[in-house]
Design a protein around this ligand. Structure first.
Ligand SMILES: Nc1ncnc2c1ncn2[C@@H]1O[C@H](COP(=O)(O)OP(=O)(O)O)[C@@H](O)[C@H]1O
Ligand SMILES: [Mg+2]
Length: 233
């Protein structure tokens, strides 16, 4: 008499749980990395500006006349403006409030413009095809990928020009982010704690969460380009 075959896994759900655990761990690493960045921006950006504002205000203690106070005022005012602007940027970086109302195209257009003027890099932003709205979670995820690519371009590329080209076509969204900077040896792309450096790994993980891919091309003095491609469901 034939016995029913033993299932290979004693707990059919064990594999699924493990996969969930793994996803969760990877997600937590991404999130912690983001928090570390926000903490640093808060401390080094807004924190330092407020400290220097405090010094400015303390100086007022020592001055004798109203005239002198008035001399300090424009500088203090501009420090307050700068701090506000830094906080505004931090808040956009944390959560672009335009995203849900205006969608990816408008949000990225304004983000890219801001980036260009802050970094003094010439930016080109193009869109082909008609925008298809994604669900909010997917839109913020795409935003994070573009954000990482641009922050990297600002930090490492020494580029004079950056292009962000979006295409909605045939049920697929592609975004090409390219700079004309110094590039890198492509071997660095496979060196890192997760098989790639953390930021690049994060872009690829995020693309994978959306069922897409994120491919990188670079070579010394050939610039750096990030190609994101995802299904529009
Ligand atoms: N646009 C770029 N131009 C030149 N090098 C880049 C660019 N983007 C990334 N890199 C290189 O790839 C490395 C890995 O990037 P990333 O994973 O985002 O790590 P990091 O935490 O250093 O930003 C960077 O340290 C940098 O050397
Ligand atoms: Mg990075």
């Amino acid at each position: 008499m034939q016995q029913p075959a033993e299932p290979k896994e004693s707990h059919p759900t064990a594999g699924v749980d493990e996969r969930h655990q793994q996803l969760l761990r990877r997600f937590m690493v991404l999130q912690e990395d983001e928090r570390r960045q926000v903490a640093r921006d808060l401390h080094e950006g807004a924190g330092q500006m407020l400290t220097s504002l405090l010094f400015g205000i303390k100086m007022l203690d020592g001055v004798a006349s109203l005239d002198e106070v008035q001399r300090f005022l424009p500088e203090l005012k501009s420090q307050v403006w700068e701090t506000l602007e830094t906080l505004r940027q931090l808040s956009v970086n944390l959560r672009p409030s335009l995203l849900e109302d205006l969608g990816l195209v408008s949000t990225l257009r304004s983000y890219v413009r801001d980036f260009g003027s802050r970094q003094q890099i010439e930016v080109f932003f193009t869109v082909e095809g008609d925008e298809v709205r994604l669900d909010p979670m997917s839109e913020i995820t795409v935003f994070r990928i573009v954000q990482e690519a641009l922050i990297n371009a600002g930090k490492y590329s020494r580029a004079t020009q950056v292009t962000v080209a979006m295409t909605f076509s045939g049920g697929v969204l592609t975004i090409r982010m390219e700079d004309n900077g110094i590039g890198r040896d492509p071997r660095i792309l496979t060196e890192g704690p997760h098989g790639a450096p953390l930021g690049i790994w994060g872009m690829q993980e995020r693309a994978a969460f959306l069922g897409g891919t994120c491919r990188i091309e670079t070579a010394p003095s050939r610039g750096f380009s990030v190609h994101l491609s995802l299904p529009l469901r």
